[in-house]
Design a protein around this ligand. Structure first.
Ligand code: GLC
Length: 653
């Protein structure tokens, strides 16, 4: 369905022929036609009133045209490149890293001095944690934005951000930044205006004169921060009412049923796109739409909102991709990559929270049985989207174990969640973990866990060699699973050096109550200096992770379009995955136990690998006379067909 003439007309007025060539103007109109149905259908879902929908569409297109006219030539070129390669995020060369700019390199400028380091690790996708101006004092690690058009003053300026994006792009690294769209800081000008009585801005938020509706909503609302921010509403004397605050009391939830909020965010998105940001992380996207009687997460309108902002962004800046941060139950996850009418129309990436949880669960239980069940039960991923796979991130780990999956393997969800919390808090007999309990909820029994990969895996530089080896094995195995699953693996800063929890986490202002700071350490550059010495623990972790990135980028089999299937009925301690890509077959074998485990060689051959070769180590498989392979403790094998076809000399360049 092409867009009606009126839509083209409203945009055309902003496409000044004196500034834009005929070809460039034509591209814009082609894109309006291409994305018209995405846009209009989703707006229709959100705003049933025809006039409101029409006015909104027009005003979005006018803004889109003016952002398009402002877009720099090099970014238009990037748009062309991406349109020629729509699957760019799915390529095996994609390898991510996430950090706070200040904790990694001091500032945006300081960070640019460490780009060789990131390249050495194999990074092509850099997620910088919130960097727009937050409120002063505690701001939830930057997730309470006061000004979306300013960069955090201690990090640099807007020009620095644009320069950084350009420099990264020139090195083949895509810049990812957070778009916090569920809430703004209490100090944001919209909230200030609302408090001063401005009715237009009051309508940007969910404000209630008394407890009647908040109490009714609370019946079905979970609490995100039960320990330091119980409840979901905050009384504000200046409003003479209660404002919706899902997270902290100074993070005010926005009213996305108000089209004005959508327009504001479209402007912010296009502004960031024009600075050269390539991926927007849609923070806390699950919470955007509120519905009485529900958990107010994962409502269908959330996907319609994403579809609107995605369509507009594609019209202006098709190079920009969206990543959904929806840490939700396993069965609710895949919708964020676009299912049903939203297929191909929402986010390109979403966090594979379930894979992360199952990885830690398999390591703690030394059994792949539940992991197999849970990962097999997940619905297939739409071909246009893929996962962010990770071992841990800047947030705590919530034990998202589905009750049905647990029951299917003979345990209870509640019991297993309790076990995992105990294990990773270091409280269960035999536990090697040093995690910290985050947000214990006495009512639900929920206990989430904070910790760096090293601390969760029990790595201590001073431990006896066998203990260090086991911990390194777990770290390497977890990253090898993430990097082989399908999608973009993202390493959280410090994990590539095996950095432990920062025990001084509570010493910084505003961090006192939030132990997630224990796993957001400043990068230890003294430690980093040892990364080339493979006799050090640091050197072993760094070289191991860099090898994973390097080998991954050399294997076309790991293109994200080939999903992982779980092989059933393998040894209890082995997670076995299969990926079928036209370029060849991939079999992943992951021993989640601290003992060696058997795997029949014949099965690998039966799957279609006639001369299996282990790509991570670069060795052929050694099989005993009994035809059984023995995976070493925590062994991670990436099996492909032996690559013995030599490239001709002329192809080497
Ligand atoms: C996301 C962030 C988390 C933050 C929350 C509120 O879940 O990852 O760190 O606390 O949103 O913005």
């Amino acid at each position: 369905m092409s867009a009606p003439a009126q839509a083209h007309d409203s945009a055309a007025a902003s496409l000044d022929p004196a500034r834009l060539s005929a070809g460039r103007r034509e591209s814009f109109h082609l894109r309006i036609d291409r994305y018209w149905s995405d846009l209009s259908e989703a707006i229709g879902v959100l705003y049933a009133d025809f006039e409101i929908a029409e006015r909104l569409t027009e005003s979005l297109l006018v803004r889109a045209a003016s952002a398009y006219a402002d877009r720099a030539d090099d970014l238009h070129r990037l748009d062309q490149e991406r349109l020629l390669q729509p699957g760019w995020l799915q390529q095996p060369r994609m390898f991510g890293y996430a950090c706070y700019a200040d904790r990694f390199g001091g500032s945006l400028l300081g960070l640019t001095e460490h780009l060789d380091y990131l390249e050495e690790l194999g990074v092509t996708y850099l997620h910088l944690m919130p960097l727009l101006q937050p409120r002063e004092g505690d701001n939830d690690g930057g997730y309470a934005v006061q000004d979306y058009h300013a960069v955090r003053s201690d990090l640099g300026t807007v020009d620095d951000l644009r320069d950084l994006a350009t420099t990264l792009r020139s090195r083949g690294i895509s810049l990812v930044v957070d778009l916090v769209l569920n809430h703004v800081a209490r100090e944001h000008e919209w909230a200030v205006a609302a408090r001063s009585g401005d009715p237009i801005h009051r309508d940007y938020f969910h404000i209630f004169p008394d407890r009647r509706l908040p109490d009714a909503y609370e019946q079905t609302l979970p609490e995100v921060f039960p320990a330091f921010a119980p409840g979901n509403f905050t009384y504000e004397p200046e409003l003479d009412g209660w404002v919706w605050t899902t997270f902290n009391e100074w993070q005010w939830d926005l009213n996305w049923s108000n089209p004005a909020v959508l327009i504001e965010f479209v402007e912010i998105i296009l502004w960031l796109a024009n600075l050269g940001v390539e991926v927007l992380r849609l923070d806390a996207i699950a919470f955007l739409w509120k519905r009485m009687g529900s958990s107010c997460q994962n409502q269908p309108e959330v996907h319609a909102i994403t579809q609107v902002i995605r369509a507009i962004t594609r019209i202006v800046a098709p190079a920009v991709a969206f990543k959904a941060e929806a840490i939700v139950a396993p069965r609710d996850l895949v919708q964020y990559l676009g299912t049903g009418t939203h297929a191909g129309r929402v986010s390109d990436l979403a966090y594979h929270n379930s894979l992360m949880v199952q990885t830690w669960s398999m390591l703690a239980t030394q059994s792949a049985v539940l992991g197999r069940e849970a990962l097999t039960a997940l619905p297939p991923v739409p071909s246009t989207g893929t996962w962010i796979t990770y071992v841990r991130c800047h947030d705590d780990i919530g034990w998202a174990i589905d009750d049905h999956d647990a029951a299917a393997v003979g345990v209870t969800g509640e019991g297993h969640r309790r076990f995992l919390a105990d294990w990773y808090a270091g409280d269960a007999p035999g536990s090697w973990s040093d995690g910290l309990v985050f947000q214990a909820n006495p009512i639900t029994g929920d206990r989430r866990i904070s910790g760096t990969a090293a601390s969760l895996a029990g790595l201590h530089d001073s431990s006896p060699p066998a203990v260090v080896d086991a911990a390194l094995g777990r770290i390497f195995l977890a990253h090898a699973i993430a990097a082989a699953w399908g999608g973009i693996p993202v390493v959280w800063s410090g994990d590539e050096l095996g950095q432990p929890n920062d025990l001084g986490w509570m010493g910084e202002e505003g961090h006192e109550e939030d132990n997630r700071w224990a796993h957001r350490p400043r990068l230890d550059w003294t430690r980093a200096a040892q990364r080339h010495d493979i006799h050090t623990v640091t050197g072993r972790v760094f070289s191991g992770l860099a090898r994973i990135a390097r080998v991954r980028s050399s294997l076309p089999q790991l293109h994200a379009s080939a999903p992982s299937q779980i092989l059933p009925d393998t040894d209890i301690g082995v997670l076995a995955t299969l990926r079928r890509h036209p370029s060849g077959l991939f079999v992943g074998l992951f021993n989640v136990t601290e003992r060696s485990r058997p795997f029949p060689f014949g099965l690998i051959q039966a799957l279609g690998l006639s001369r299996p070769y282990e790509a991570l180590s670069g060795y052929d498989l050694q099989v005993g006379a009994d035809g059984i392979l023995r995976l070493p403790p925590y062994g991670a094998w990436w099996l492909v067909e032996r690559p013995d076809i030599k490239s001709p000399a002329w192809a080497a360049s």
